[in-house]
Design a protein around this ligand. Structure first.
Ligand code: GLU
Ligand code: ZN
Length: 316
């Protein structure tokens, strides 16, 4: 099994791994993967823009994937609104949009493969029980042999060992999955597939080799590395940028009523998002197209600070 090690403990391994990464074959394939739980707000615009610029600056492709796996949380029309907002901002994606709602059979097949290899088990623990454990699952149902389906979730069994990666912005990040997360859910009790399974399935299917996304997903990455290793998929490189924080110090999100971006005035929005990403287009540029072209030509992901959050109030 592919188990990455902390370069502080094993510098030779780190150098070998970095060399392997810089030789990573093929063109850059990146993506933006919004969940259509509402229109884009400033935080998700930053995610769209950072992934777009990193891909275009590398002359790569930028795919768009709608992570519409949770219908009760997706207001009608939200996915179309996101497409219109991206279009209005001048962020053009390559190829057709992939909707995760069309991929359920593929997720079921992957889950079956993992089950047959003995990596999964059914679990009927309540959310309250898992919450009481501090949300680190204790393996309670591992040996119970519950039948799959019905009201049971399907969990992936974790094993001792560290999964880590060298993030392009945040540097080395690792987790001991078994003690930090515990066996995690791949299919929920309500039958919906979990984000971790779908994202790994689709990044592999779409041959995504570079992921640029918010740091709120940093601690999902070791779970994704573990799944990739079990399934024999190559791991992309990752870059996690800091997220915008609201006045309460929480991530700006649709749940916290961040205002939707108004794509009818794209230039000031792009300038704010670029400022957050530490890029300052000259004021004499006119129009969103020129600002975007400048940003592609001048993109340097290493200007983004290796921090986890930046208050949004600085950009208002
Ligand atoms: N759909 C996820 C979100 O909107 C992002 C998934 C990803 O970039 O891996 O938070
Ligand atoms: Zn359980």
């Amino acid at each position: 099994m592919h188990r990455l090690q902390d370069p502080r403990r094993n510098p030779g391994e780190a150098i070998r791994r970095l060399n392997a990464q810089s030789r990573s074959p093929g063109r850059y394939i990146g993506r933006f993967a919004p969940s259509p739980t509402g229109p884009l707000h400033l935080g998700s615009l930053v995610a769209a823009l950072a992934s777009y610029l990193d891909a275009r600056a590398a002359d790569g492709s930028w795919l768009l994937r709608m992570e519409d796996l949770d219908p009760p949380r997706e207001p009608a029309g939200a996915a179309d609104t996101i497409l219109r907002q991206l279009d209005g901002l001048g962020l053009r994606w390559d190829g057709p949009v992939l909707y995760q709602s069309t991929r359920l059979e593929a997720y079921a097949a992957i889950l079956q493969e993992l089950r047959e290899a003995g990596h999964c088990f059914a679990c009927d623990c309540s959310r309250a029980r898992v919450r009481a454990l501090g949300s680190v699952y204790d393996g309670h149902c591992r040996g119970r042999g519950l039948p799959p389906g019905g009201d049971a979730a399907m969990r992936l069994r974790t094993r001792p060992g560290v999964f880590g990666m060298d993030d392009r912005i945040q540097g080395w990040f690792e987790q001991e999955l078994e003690s930090a997360v515990g066996d995690f859910v791949l299919r929920r009790r309500d039958g919906l597939f979990a984000y971790q399974l779908a994202v790994v399935a689709d990044d592999a299917m779409q041959q995504v080799n570079q992921v640029v996304r918010g740091v709120d997903l940093l601690d999902s990455t070791p779970r994704q590395l573990y799944l990739q290793a079990l399934l024999g998929y190559p791991a992309p490189r990752y870059a996690h940028f800091p997220v915008l924080l609201n006045a309460q110090g929480r991530k700006l999100s649709k749940q916290h009523f961040a205002a939707p971006v108004d794509a009818s005035a794209p230039e000031p929005l792009l300038r704010i998002a670029l400022e957050f990403l530490r890029h300052s287009p000259p004021t004499e540029l006119a129009g969103p197209g020129e600002v975007l072209d400048w940003a592609v030509a001048n993109w340097d992901i290493l200007r983004i600070p290796a921090r986890h959050g930046i208050p949004a109030s600085r950009f208002e």
